[in-house]
Design a protein around this ligand. Structure first.
Ligand code: ADP
Ligand code: MG
Length: 213
């Protein structure tokens, strides 16, 4: 179970984590893009941070919607609309909720993947954020179906996101700016897959804290 307060704390922590990883994400993007992914994500989540106090009394759907709108209007690039759509689709499946069960979270994951696919038209293996998000979503859903707890399912999902992120290294980019490089995109980790991993890892940290306290 994941409640509204934990979601707000998670989003606050994401802002910190993306700030701490701004240079790292930007270096990854410098190798196969235009060296702005860290800057874009940090700008977006710093703005999210300023918006969170306006949604503390709202449901999780409204919180995700505010995140979406904020990212769409501040991030720019490819990742702004992609992350914006991810959170918009996620918001639509949790309207009115103040806590998420494992089943709700599986729906959030599925909606997030669907949003990214519809917006970016990427396939698995194209070396994008989808290569971290999709395995995480599938792993979470399977773990829940097998009777694992929220925490255990999320732990497995984060492991899958990490593997998915690392698996982007040998891939040839077929979408986004990195695709302009052709073969030269091979050998570099995708920045968007990396930000997905960082965001999910931060969620795991918060769920873990709450489970053991
Ligand atoms: P831009 O490429 O416009 O500079 P960013 O640098 O912020 O935007 O984000 C780049 C990331 O966006 C890539 O690493 C990749 O993960 C993701 N991305 C780009 N195009 C797509 C797409 N069509 N579908 C899914 N993800 C994509
Ligand atoms: Mg870029």
């Amino acid at each position: 179970m994941l409640n509204k307060e934990q979601i707000i704390q998670w989003l606050e922590a994401v802002a910190t984590v993306l700030e701490e990883n701004k240079d790292y994400l930007t270096e990854l993007d410098a190798a196969i893009g235009d060296a702005d992914h860290g800057i874009n994500m940090n700008r977006g989540f710093q703005k999210v941070l300023t918006q969170l106090p306006t949604v503390t009394n709202k449901d999780i759907g409204s919180i995700f919607k505010t995140v979406s709108m904020t990212l769409i209007s501040t991030v720019g690039g490819a990742s702004g609309p992609l992350y914006g759509t991810l959170f918009l689709r996620a918001s639509a499946v949790v309207t009115g909720k103040s806590e998420l069960t494992s089943e709700d979270m599986a729906k959030v994951f599925a909606a997030a993947v669907e949003g990214v696919v519809q917006r970016g038209k990427a396939n698995l293996g194209d070396k994008t954020m989808l290569d971290a998000l999709s395995p995480a979503a599938n792993t979470f859903t399977e773990a829940v179906a097998n009777g694992s707890s929220f925490l255990e399912s999320l732990k497995q999902a984060v492991d899958a996101a990490e593997s998915g992120m690392k698996n982007t290294i040998p891939m040839l980019a077929k979408k986004g700016r990195a695709s302009y490089l052709g073969d030269r995109s091979i050998g570099h980790q995708d920045p968007g897959a990396t930000s997905i991993y960082l965001i999910l890892k931060t969620l795991l940290y918060h769920v873990r804290l709450n489970t053991y306290k």
